[in-house]
Write a protein that binds this ligand. Structure first.
Ligand code: ADP
Ligand code: MG
Length: 353
């Protein structure tokens, strides 16, 4: 594995890192101005930054073994460099002067698995730039700039969840976030619990078309209720007047927001697990973003002793499952669950546990 000195023939000036994340509750709520509850995972992205010896930026990813060089006034690059260059450009847009830089990227966050390697890359880059250039940016501002970089330069119309989680969460706590107001609360993990994340091995092939369709259905439901977003509705019974599938979509968002809010009361691991199970049922039956493999994996986990609850995490249509399990048993439970899942003919992968 290469390091900064081997690539750039000098030592870096600063290093910074930021974690990946997994969302524990509050799925498909962020674009409805709702509530989410992510936590950071142990895997993180590290950047090392120094000044470039010439007038070009030089970005290197150790994961991709790829280098991209960009001169002043050249257009935005493609591939991973969009994220790094995007961070520099959003800072320039807000008036900061950024000198030509060498940036070395290395990450233990699985890339493209839904654990938000993209936000980890943005937040790590922005943290590195903050310390190199003494920029006056707080952690919320870093998250917002990272989101802007992803929207404007990577072309992903994402919410603020990923960047807020990477910038503000740690692995010992859950981050309660109101995505409308950005009000937040750092909450302790339910006592005696830890998390397991397993990738289903099913690619999220329909994810973007399904995602856009769900978004449109939610907007339609909000329009029919005469509210700005579904977050403004708290009683799921009012959805009875809507036609399907809008009715079911709205019911998922409303009940899901209510589940996240319950966590603020300070609940036990058992209760938290029940909320996760209910979340999965709602994502499967009302929001219809699960697939058979995810249901099987969740079912296996929910029936494994020591598991408080399990659900699909991320947009669905494939991707990963998260489970809350008894503290100290994550490794064993993950391996047990994966073995059973593999016996059904699937190829899963333990991401956390
Ligand atoms: P996720 O954020 O769930 O991992 P995304 O599709 O949002 O998936 O982001 C993945 C993209 O982020 C990669 O295709 C790559 O362009 C970029 N990326 C993230 N981490 C790295 C890294 N360590 N090295 C290079 N590119 C990275
Ligand atoms: Mg991402």
């Amino acid at each position: 594995m290469m390091d900064y000195i081997q690539i750039f023939n000098a030592a870096p000036d600063v290093e910074a890192s930021a974690p990946g994340r997994v969302n524990l509750l509050g799925e498909h709520t962020d674009y409805n101005d709702g509530f989410v509850l992510p936590t950071a995972i142990p895997q993180h992205t590290t950047v090392a930054i120094g000044r470039s010896p010439n007038d070009r930026h030089h970005f290197y990813s150790a994961n991709l073994e790829e280098q991209v060089d960009i001169g002043p006034s050249e257009s935005t690059p493609t591939g991973f460099a969009r994220y790094v260059d995007g961070c520099i450009r959003v800072l320039e847009q807000s008036g900061h002067k950024i000198p030509p830089l060498n940036i070395f990227v290395n990450s233990s966050v699985p890339i493209g698995s839904g654990l938000s390697s993209s936000a980890a890359l943005e937040v790590a880059t922005l943290r590195g730039l903050r310390s190199l250039l003494n920029l006056n940016l707080d952690d919320v501002k870093i998250a917002q700039l990272g989101q802007q970089a992803e929207i404007q330069y990577a072309g992903v119309s994402c919410g603020i969840l990923d960047q807020m989680a990477s910038s503000l969460a740690d692995t010992e706590h859950m981050l309660f976030l109101d995505t409308r107001t950005l009000d937040r609360k750092i909450l302790p993990f339910p006592e005696g619990a830890e998390i397991v994340v397993i990738d289903s091995g099913v690619a999220r092939s329909l994810a973007s078309s399904g995602y856009n369709q769900r978004r449109a259905e939610c907007e339609e439901a909000a329009r029919q209720f005469g509210v700005k977003a579904l977050r403004d509705v708290s009683n799921p019974q009012v959805t009875d007047s809507l036609p399907d599938p809008i009715r079911k979509r709205a019911r998922h968002v409303i009940t899901e927001n209510n589940r996240v809010l319950k966590v603020l009361d300070g609940i036990s691991a058992e209760t938290f697990g029940e909320l996760m199970n209910a979340s999965h049922a709602s994502l499967r039956d009302d929001y219809e973003v699960s697939v058979p493999a995810l249901d099987q994996l969740v079912d296996i986990l929910q029936n494994t002793p020591g598991v408080f609850g399990a659900r699909l995490t991320g947009a669905g249509f494939g991707g990963a499952c998260v489970a809350l399990v008894r503290l100290g048993e994550g490794k064993t439970i993950a391996q047990k669950g994966l073995t059973q899942y593999n016996q059904l003919g699937h190829k899963g992968l333990i991401l956390v546990g």
